[in-house]
Design a protein around this ligand. Structure first.
Ligand SMILES: Cc1ncc(COP(=O)(O)O)c(C=O)c1O
Length: 404
């Protein structure tokens, strides 16, 4: 690269990613093939529209790429003729907006999980476009940290939304999609689920599929699915025309064709037997990490995890989420501060931290390493050892687990 300034910064970031134990639940390491597909001439093309219906000439190969991505996406989630998929949303947030626009319309009524219960900002938080341009009410979790289906039902009955959104960014338990679909049906609403975090686990058969109980399913492609940044919207056939229109021309201009190709590459990787084993190992790793942390007197929201992530409630430890995040970072372990359900403090300095296992599992770490990581976390947060001391050991571990 001629631009040494940028090259140098990229190299530093690469080293940082290699030398840290990454427990950010939404992050992962995409393969070199995925990265290579992103860095191609496909980024030079304009192809507004959809395969066979473009506003520019010269899209014969782009059409093939997009159709291939669609085919692989449907195969990966074992979908038949009644489902279609849009693979060009720029990312998860615009994909969610497109769904709201298509199914609820401007200022339409929607119900989603609140941010402080684990939902995502784009599920109606007032600071976001979703909260400002749509009429959202939020449901949450109960005192133990489990989704409160009764509250959701009550809100749905009195509010009569057009759409119920399930799915979350910081919810460690399985979601009862069947129950939510029943609630949606009882009030004449549609059910959309956002599987951004757990798509890889569902694809790999490590978590149950929500598709039979949904009208629409949205996922990002860069988390447990291990692709490039991006998103896909799956919809039952009758909803797809409205969703396609909402994505383009409703919200987006030209699709990022290099991103579409990289998604296709990631989908093919996810169709392999290796990926099934990967998805299972993510869950095994998370359950071992959760068990070890509980055994070391950490309080986990809902008492544990069914998926790839867990939330540690730090209130009894007299340490804030921000301080815990910083101490662990200094020790070479990256987690993010996170609200815990019914958090009494502000989002910039909440009472918990969130930990997830997709990235460390990509590097090949297993149960033994999870036990070691739990020990380091405990030593640092219980102030038994300094982060600097622990950092020497975490560096040793990362050296033996290469990044893709
Ligand atoms: C559940 C969920 N939905 C949507 C998004 C938004 O995705 P993006 O950051 O690609 O806009 C996220 C991101 O963390 C998420 O966790």
């Amino acid at each position: 690269m001629k631009d040494k300034e940028i090259q140098n910064l990229i190299a530093k970031e690469e080293k940082r990613q290699r030398e840290m134990i990454r427990l950010i639940a939404s992050e992962n390491y995409a393969s070199r093939d995925v990265q290579n597909a992103l860095a191609t001439v496909l980024g030079n093309k304009y192809s507004e529209g959809y395969p066979g219906k473009r506003y520019y000439p010269g899209n014969e190969f782009i059409d093939e790429i997009e159709l291939l991505a669609q085919k692989r996406a449907k195969k990966l989630f074992r979908l038949g003729k009644d489902w279609e998929v849009n693979v060009i949303p720029y990312s998860g947030t615009p994909a969610n907006l497109a769904i709201y626009l298509a199914l609820a319309g401007p200022h339409g009524k929607i119900v989603g999980m609140s941010l402080d219960s684990g939902g995502h900002l784009s599920h109606g938080h007032p600071v976001t476009t979703s909260g400002k341009f749509f009429n959202f009410l939020n449901y949450g979790v109960d005192e133990r940290g489990f989704l409160d289906y009764d509250e959701l039902e009550e809100i749905a009955r009195s509010f009569r939304p057009k759409l119920i959104v399930s799915g979350a960014s910081a919810y460690p338990r399985k979601i009862d999609y069947k129950r939510i679909k029943q609630i949606a049906n009882s009030v004449g609403a549609l059910h959309m689920t956002d599987i951004a975090h757990i798509a890889g686990l569902i694809a790999g058969g490590a978590l149950p599929t929500p598709f039979p109980y949904c009208d629409v399913v949205m996922t990002t492609t860069h988390k447990s699915l291990r692709g490039p940044r991006g998103a896909m919207i799956f919809a039952r056939r009758e909803h797809m025309p409205a969703i396609n229109k909402a994505v383009f021309p409703g919200l987006q201009g030209g699709p990022h064709d290099n991103q579409t190709a990289a998604i296709a590459v990631a989908l093919e990787e996810a169709l392999s037997a290796n990926f099934k084993a990967y998805a299972q190992q993510i869950i095994i790793n998370a359950s071992v990490l959760a068990r070890e942390l509980s055994a070391r007197a950490f309080n986990l929201s809902s008492g544990g995890t069914d998926n790839h992530l867990m939330l540690i409630d730090l209130r009894e430890k007299n340490i804030s989420g921000k301080d815990a995040e910083e101490l662990l970072y200094a020790a070479g372990i990256v987690v993010n501060r996170n609200a815990i359900p019914h958090d009494p403090t502000k989002p910039m300095n909440p009472s918990g931290i969130r930990l997830g296992t997709p990235a460390v599992t990509t590097r090949g770490m297993k149960e033994k390493e999870m036990r070691q990581i739990a020990k380091w976390i405990s030593e640092v947060l219980h102030k038994e050892r300094t982060p600097e001391e622990v950092k020497k050991e975490t560096l040793g571990l990362t050296k033996t687990f290469p990044v893709p």
